[in-house]
Design a protein around this ligand. Structure first.
Ligand code: PLP
Length: 385
């Protein structure tokens, strides 16, 4: 008897995990694999959580999460992102990940299609597949800064298309969609009556003249957009498992109904910590951003100084999508051989979709020393090919 469902059997495990497992068996490894800040959470945020616990906040909360946090998020969306939502249009979730999953489960029926970029963050299509729905990939290209070409989205729409997933700034490419592109995507969504799932978890990590904008801020979009955000990347809170979804009222209400059946509510001390993250001093966020800016320079200049390797300057997040085409190795061969020969972990682009072939993802959420050492090893690896 096979007890495992078809969906579970067929789900691919992420190439990030595969590389991570391989590296775990080795010594003296430099890792560019991890998509999480190497900083620890700011002390004032930890203190807010401790205080909540000592004050007796050790119980369940409502399914949607505590009102002061939903209010703080609604304030942030109104003041910083120009998106006017009520606290009732916000649900607190176990990271951006659960917000995405609840959203997909709320809107998707088997056979529905969701347009997703290729390269993609692999959990996006996996979650769509877990709902019995179909990810419809639209390729994005290095020469376009890895940003959607709206004409290609139009061509991918058919009668089964239910939603459009955008992720700007993007994991794995660091691409950031500008206002013009977002405006065109919004127009397409309205004309075709599509829901937009806008994964904005890297919104604070933008560089140079790039600006983050939420697609929900365009007229007529808040009603059809589900914003996905998280405290993980912005406030170095990956382990706290807290994020949220906000936007289209009816969808948020149904997500709350599902929440009751999934985790009931997010852990209570994290919710109090998140209020402090939003409303307390923001200096630590600025400090982390200044460090990412320095590291990005180091990584981009380092890669482009190595013969046969290149990368465009990522406008956001903390990933460089390194072009390895001139080495004539597949991204898998490149990543595995680099790890075996030099002890450096990068993630093969093939794990992020067909259009990711010819690239590897380099995360610069790691120390300057690691970046310098890792690039030195990558250079000597490529020189020996
Ligand atoms: N969305 C993107 C694009 C991500 O890269 C991640 C994490 O890597 C998430 C969402 C979810 O993060 P979390 O569940 O920690 O909030």
């Amino acid at each position: 008897m096979n007890y495992i469902s078809r969906i579970a059997l067929n789900l691919k495990s992420s190439s990030i995990r595969n590389m991570y497992n391989m590296a775990n068996t080795m010594e003296n490894v430099v890792s560019f694999a991890i998509g999480e800040p190497d900083f620890t959470t700011a002390a004032n945020i930890i203190e807010a959580s401790n205080k909540a616990l000592m004050d007796g906040q050790t119980h369940y909360t409502t399914n949607a999460g505590i009102l002061p946090l939903r209010q703080a998020i609604a304030n942030k969306l109104r003041n910083k992102n120009n998106v006017n939502v009520k606290p009732d249009d916000v649900i607190i979730t176990a990271g951006g990940m659960e917000a995405l999953m609840l959203c997909m489960m709320t809107i998707l029926d088997p056979g529905d299609e969701v347009i997703v970029t290729d390269p993609f963050w692999s959990n996006h299509p996996s979650q769509i597949i877990m709902c019995g729905a179909i990810p419809k990939f639209v390729k994005v290209y290095e020469e376009d800064g890895f940003v959607y070409n709206p004409d290609n989205i139009k061509n991918a729409i058919n009668k089964n298309t239910k939603a459009l997933l955008i992720n700007s700034p993007s994991n794995p490419t660091g691409g950031v969609a500008d206002e013009e592109v977002l405006k065109e995507i919004a127009k397409i969504a309205i004309e075709n009556d599509l829901i937009v799932i806008s994964d904005e978890v890297y919104q604070h990590l933008v560089y140079d003249d790039a600006k983050f904008m939420s697609i929900a801020a365009f007229p007529g979009m808040k009603e059809r957009t589900v914003i996905i955000d998280s405290f993980s990347k912005t406030y170095a809170m990956t382990g706290w498992r807290i994020g949220y979804a906000a936007g289209a009222s009816q969808i948020i209400q149904y997500m709350t109904k599902l929440q009751e059946n999934v985790v009931s509510c997010v852990n209570t001390p994290s919710q109090y910590a998140a209020i402090e993250a939003l409303e307390g001093p923001q200096d630590y966020l600025h400090y982390m951003l200044s460090k990412y800016t320095e590291r990005r320079k180091l990584v981009v200049e380092g890669i482009n100084s190595i013969d046969r390797l290149s990368c465009i300057k990522p406008k956001g997040a903390f990933y460089a999508f390194m072009n390895i085409k001139e080495t004539h190795l597949s991204s898998e061969e490149f990543a595995v051989t680099l790890l075996k020969n030099k002890g450096v972990v990068v993630v093969p682009g093939s794990g992020f979709g067909e259009a990711g072939e010819g690239y590897v993802r380099v995360s610069y959420a790691t120390s300057e020393e690691n970046i310098i050492e890792g690039l030195k090893r990558i250079k000597s690896f490529v020189e020996c090919l």
